[in-house]
Design a protein around this ligand. Structure first.
Ligand SMILES: Nc1ncnc2c1ncn2[C@@H]1O[C@H](COP(=O)(O)OP(=O)(O)O)[C@@H](O)[C@H]1O
Ligand SMILES: [Mg+2]
Length: 378
């Protein structure tokens, strides 16, 4: 069996900061199997153990919700609501560099309600306060899934390091929706389309530049992580396509595509069609990767995303691993744990048992019983 290369913790991709965001307290009401749960988490490594179906993943989902506004599991927001309940709530006290914020996210009557330090705020303002990256059994979809998965990953990363991205994205979406409505209604007048196409053109250029900057920032930590986690794949290359042809301006391209777009019933080019993908010298096609390799590549992407966040936002996001021991072999677990200890991030790990790599390095440990009772073990 090939030996895993020796790991040097100080090689974490050239990020200077050890400042980290952390959840001190997490409280949930009526999320999945929980009527109520309350956890006082620690900075550093927190492990949550418990039998299958006890609610471990749901606890990570709660933290992830505060940073993404949706779960990493399929099923939509309604599936998060405890059976029979009319509303759910997640509260967290978040700390960083001496400051603390109280976040509240509720779902009632089919809508999200966000609160920050006691004020009602827009969902995006709440999500902007909390950064969580999560490696979980479905993470391989980042590599093997549809382009939307990768676009969402990229845009979440950009949103957290370039706050102006959201405003550009909203302007773009609004113009896109207006243009789609004109297409659907069979409008042909140039003057109706022009303002929306110009708005799309302007905002698409800004979105494109921000995405390019992000992927460039991702490249370096990603290369180093892949080198360590999965060296057999050889050189890595990120390829990005912005969503419309390289030699044209979007507004002019859209004006020339109205007829074909009308036949399709939607706008077929623009920032909403941007894609990126990852390619390896030793596995030119995605189909050449095994499921295990896809997982390691997805893990490297997520850890690189955390490193870019630390570099550009100045602090580490919270890093969560659902079912660490069943997703990674022991050598890879150990490599990842060493990296995480070196960077100082708060880490939330779940498993049916405490993973070997963590047996002596856990700061705090919880046990979840069937029926959703959470106990502090140490
Ligand atoms: N909307 C819901 N209402 C009530 N129970 C749910 C809901 N969704 C999932 N569950 C239950 O919650 C439990 C916890 O699930 P999960 O967090 O995936 O557990 P674990 O990760 O510990 O295996 C499961 O028993 C599941 O059947
Ligand atoms: Mg689980």
């Amino acid at each position: 069996m090939p030996q895993t290369p020796a790991f040097v913790a100080t090689q974490w991709p050239a990020v200077q900061t050890t400042d980290a965001l952390w959840v001190r307290q997490l409280v949930l009401h009526h999320l999945r199997c929980f009527a109520e749960a309350r956890l006082d988490l620690a900075p550093g490594i927190n492990v949550i153990t418990g039998p299958n179906g006890a609610g471990k993943t749901s606890l990570l989902e709660a933290v992830y919700l505060l940073s993404h506004g949706h779960s990493f599991r399929a099923g939509g927001p309604q599936a998060l609501l405890r059976r029979g309940a009319e509303a759910l709530d997640v509260f967290a006290e978040l700390l960083r560099a001496g400051s603390s914020h109280r976040l509240g996210l509720g779902r009632r009557s089919g809508h999200w309600e966000a609160r920050l330090d006691g004020r009602d705020v827009a969902l995006a303002e709440l999500l902007g306060q909390c950064a969580v990256v999560c490696f979980e059994p479905g993470s391989h979809a980042l590599i093997s899934g549809p382009p939307e998965e990768r676009r969402r990953f990229m845009d979440w990363g950009v949103f957290h390091v370039e706050p102006s991205f959201l405003g550009h994205w909203r302007r773009y979406r609004r113009a896109l929706e207006q243009r789609n409505a004109l297409l659907r209604h069979g409008v042909i007048a140039d003057g109706e389309y022009r303002p929306w196409e110009e708005s799309m053109g302007e905002t698409a250029a800004l979105l494109d530049q921000a995405r390019v900057r992000y992927l460039e920032a991702l490249q370096k930590p990603l290369t180093r992580l892949l080198d360590r986690l999965i060296p057999e794949l050889g050189c890595v290359e990120l390829r990005y396509r912005r969503g419309w042809p390289a030699d044209s301006e979007l507004a002019a391209y859209l004006a020339a595509s109205r007829l074909t777009d009308q036949q399709r019933g939607h706008t077929s080019a623009g920032s909403h069609r941007a894609v990126w993908s990852i390619h390896f010298a030793a596995a030119p096609q995605r189909e050449h990767l095994s499921r295990g390799q896809e997982k390691l590549v997805a893990l490297a992407c997520l850890l690189a995303q955390a490193a870019v966040h630390a570099e550009h936002a100045g602090f580490w996001p919270i890093i969560a691993f659902d079912d660490l021991a069943s997703e990674l072999d022991r050598d890879h677990q150990r490599m990842v744990v060493d990296q995480l200890l070196a960077c100082g991030a708060q880490v939330l790990v779940t498993g049916t048992e405490i993973p070997d790599a963590l047996s002596t390095r856990t700061t705090r440990r919880f046990h979840v019983e069937q029926g959703g009772r959470v106990q502090l073990i140490q």
